[in-house]
Write a protein that binds this ligand. Structure first.
Ligand SMILES: [Zn+2]
Length: 193
């Protein structure tokens, strides 16, 4: 895949199939070499490595110029970016939390002055429709996003709902590059701030 040009590259999680360390090293090696001024990623429900491995080891693996966000933020040229890997409980994947309070506790950490919010899963009702036409997004995340009003919310996770749309005065991006059969069919999405 040829990546479009940009200042900041965001990856919304699921960098591996099942979090095998070899997949993680392969991703970090590739991601670290890409020509963007800043590269930011979060883990997703497939990325068990980031859930199981010791934090000190994970931080030691992150290449220069790459930022790994786990319920934390970074400011780049005055733009505040926050990232979180958590998604609603679905079987037993990584960074899964029960809907309601367990998940909402993570959303409460999102600072009110966030410009770009990066979460692995979508909010309820926006780019979150799965194959059986149900909405898979999280209602508490929607509530927090509407309170925070970031300029952009970026998610991945729901392969069937790739795209960019504007709702509630917020730009929403579902950046899934794979389809339901895990085939690489979508292009990275570019947006201006
Ligand atoms: Zn996912």
């Amino acid at each position: 895949m040829k990546l479009p040009k940009g200042d900041v590259l965001l990856h919304a999680g699921d960098i591996s199939y099942q979090g095998d360390p070899r997949e993680i090293h392969d991703f970090l090696d590739w991601f670290g070499k890409l020509h963007f001024k800043h590269k930011i990623f979060i883990a997703g429900n497939h990325d068990f490595f980031f859930e199981k491995q010791k934090e000190i080891i994970i931080r030691g693996l992150i290449p220069a110029g790459v930022h790994y966000l786990k319920d934390e933020g970074i400011t780049i040229d005055g733009i505040k970016i926050w990232g979180s890997p958590f998604t609603p409980l679905f079987y037993r994947w990584a960074f899964n939390k029960k809907r309601g309070n367990p998940l909402a506790q993570h959303w409460n950490n999102i600072p009110a002055d966030t410009d770009i919010l990066l979460t692995h899963g979508p909010v309820y009702g926006v780019l979150d429709v799965v194959i059986n036409e149900q909405h898979a997004g999280d209602k508490d995340l929607l509530e927090r996003v509407l309170a925070v009003k970031p300029k952009v919310h970026v998610c991945g996770h729901i392969h069937e709902s790739y795209g960019l749309t504007k709702r509630y005065g917020i730009k929403f991006v579902n950046a899934c590059v794979l389809n339901e059969s895990y085939e690489l069919v979508h292009q990275p999405i570019v947006f201006d701030l």
